[in-house]
Write a protein that binds this ligand. Structure first.
Ligand SMILES: [Zn+2]
Length: 124
């Protein structure tokens, strides 16, 4: 068995900090020394875009040294960061978001049906 992967990051308050590096983390190539509490593991972004406009982005995130008591603002427990609204969701929250997106897609199709009828002169 191989040793767990680690990464060493410079901080302004704790010097070089070595932390386990999750397999899903995309790395820290753009790391700038900051506070240890701000160390963030981030996974690949899953982006919903339409006609080059970004609508929604989600990705795994974990701040191993964060002390936030509100898990939706990120913390030591792995979550999925969603922007907008800039919250970190649990699996339950993500399923709720997916259900809302399903419902929204249905309403968009209904709106398209209504527009089609209006343009065809079948409705006002
Ligand atoms: Zn990482």
């Amino acid at each position: 068995m191989s040793a767990p992967r680690t990464v060493t990051l410079a901080t302004v308050d704790h010097g070089d900090v070595t932390v386990p590096e999750p397999a899903w983390c995309t790395g820290h190539a753009d790391h700038l020394p900051g506070h240890r509490a701000d160390i963030l593991h981030k996974g690949a972004d899953l982006t919903l875009a339409f006609r080059s406009g970004e609508i929604l982005t989600a990705g795994l995130a974990q701040s191993p040294y964060a002390t936030s008591s509100d898990p939706e603002t990120g913390g030591p427990t792995v979550g999925v960061s969603v922007y907008p609204p800039g919250r970190t969701l649990t699996p339950t929250g993500l399923y709720d978001l997916a259900a809302d997106l399903d419902s929204y897609a249905d309403r968009l199709r209904d709106l398209a049906d209504q527009l089609t009828a209006i343009l065809a002169g079948v409705a006002e």
